[in-house]
Design a protein around this ligand. Structure first.
Ligand code: ATP
Ligand code: MG
Ligand code: FE
Length: 333
């Protein structure tokens, strides 16, 4: 079975061809990072316009790289949401056009389900699964009793963790996107600075805005007092605090739900090297649970994961029709 997946929820225009759920025949990602770097973050209107410019080329290239034509495709999968509405529209319109012009089924896909299913490219997920989604717009702990059910156990009460990495990087003058830059700088530092510990109500919920403000206040205080500080130490202190927040919640869920067989991570922050180390620590603490972090190439936005999610949704019978529209706050499905 061959699925073409289309992704345009944020600042990557991506198209991939996936065979039999797991084999990536082609994966094209046109990133707009260079353009948005100038503005220090993604500008939604600019992003949608660039998606319009890139989408046709990405579709043609993905088909060509996979050495197939649309006639060989079984279904067209597309990210319906969540994401930036103008950006999502471009992918959804392109997918509808392809599906109806070539008489192929249309399959709407949830972007975060895509980040979770990216793990299927390297392992067979064993249910019940606990999925940690750590991305630019979301931070969630999702319990999946089977392949198509999603129960959100905990989520962020304010900023997403990726957003906190990006904002702290901006405060430190490191540029956009900040995640990889903080990751690199933190390796040279020690977690010596005390920052505000996040406070949340729910046992599995997250909060990052207090931590982010605490970094800003710290730099202002140093400036006011005419003191210098070590940037690498501050990056490391922030990263440790943010990841402690994540892993204390993960441990709480694993302790409370003994039926969980597999823990997987998804989303751009799963590329973080310290997060990957911390998953290794869990492996020793919970020997009965399997642990997987997606390979680096499919952590941040891509369409291979949409192809995998599309295959699973297609097999479960999900279809979109001519009235399918993008949904910026789509519930996970
Ligand atoms: P969402 O998936 O919630 O819609 P998004 O698609 O914009 O948001 P992703 O592409 O999944 O987000 O991830 C981008 C985020 O990942 C950015 O915030 C970026 O800073 C972060 N990120 C990427 N690499 C790293 C890293 N090595 N360490 C920490 N954060 C990282
Ligand atoms: Mg992006
Ligand atoms: Fe994403």
């Amino acid at each position: 079975m061959i699925i073409i997946g289309i992704e345009s929820s944020c600042d990557e225009t991506a198209v991939a061809v996936v065979k039999d759920k797991k084999e990536v025949l082609s994966s094209v990602v046109a990133s707009q990072i260079d353009v948005h770097t100038e503005f220090g973050g993604v500008v939604p209107e600019v992003a949608s316009r660039i998606h319009v410019e890139n989408i046709s080329y990405c579709i043609e290239k993905a088909l060509k790289d996979a050495n197939i034509t649309m006639e060989d495709v079984d279904a067209v999968a597309v990210t319906q949401g969540p994401g930036l509405i103008g950006c999502l529209h471009v992918g959804v319109q392109a997918a509808k056009t392809l599906a109806f012009a070539y008489h192929k089924p249309l399959v709407p896909v949830h972007h975060l389900a895509g980040h979770i299913y990216a793990n299927e490219l390297v392992v067979d997920m064993k249910y019940p699964v606990l999925a940690l989604v750590v991305s630019g717009g979301n931070t969630e702990l999702v319990y999946m009793k089977d392949e198509t059910s999603f129960e959100i156990l905990g989520e962020t009460q304010d900023d997403a963790i990726g957003e906190a990495f990006d904002k702290v990087a901006r405060v430190l003058g490191l540029g956009y996107p900040g995640g990889p830059k903080i990751d690199k700088l933190a390796k040279e530092g020690k977690p010596v600075y005390e920052l505000a510990k996040p406070k949340t109500q729910g046992r599995y919920d997250f909060s990052f805005s207090g931590l982010k403000s605490s970094v800003l206040q710290f730099t202002k205080r140093m400036e006011r007092q005419g003191k210098t500080f070590d940037m690498a130490d501050l990056a490391c202190s922030f990263q440790e605090c943010a990841l402690d927040e994540i892993f204390s919640r993960v441990r709480a869920v694993l302790d409370d739900h003994k039926d969980i067989r597999h823990f997987v991570v998804g989303g751009g922050v799963s590329a973080n090297s310290r997060l990957r180390e911390k998953v290794e620590e869990l492996r020793n603490e919970y020997p009965e649970v399997e642990f997987t972090v997606p390979p680096m190439y499919c952590c941040t936005d891509n369409a291979s994961m949409i192809g995998v999610a599309g295959t699973i949704a297609y097999l479960s019978g999900r279809r979109g029709n001519a009235s399918l529209t993008a949904d910026s706050s789509l519930e996970i499905q």
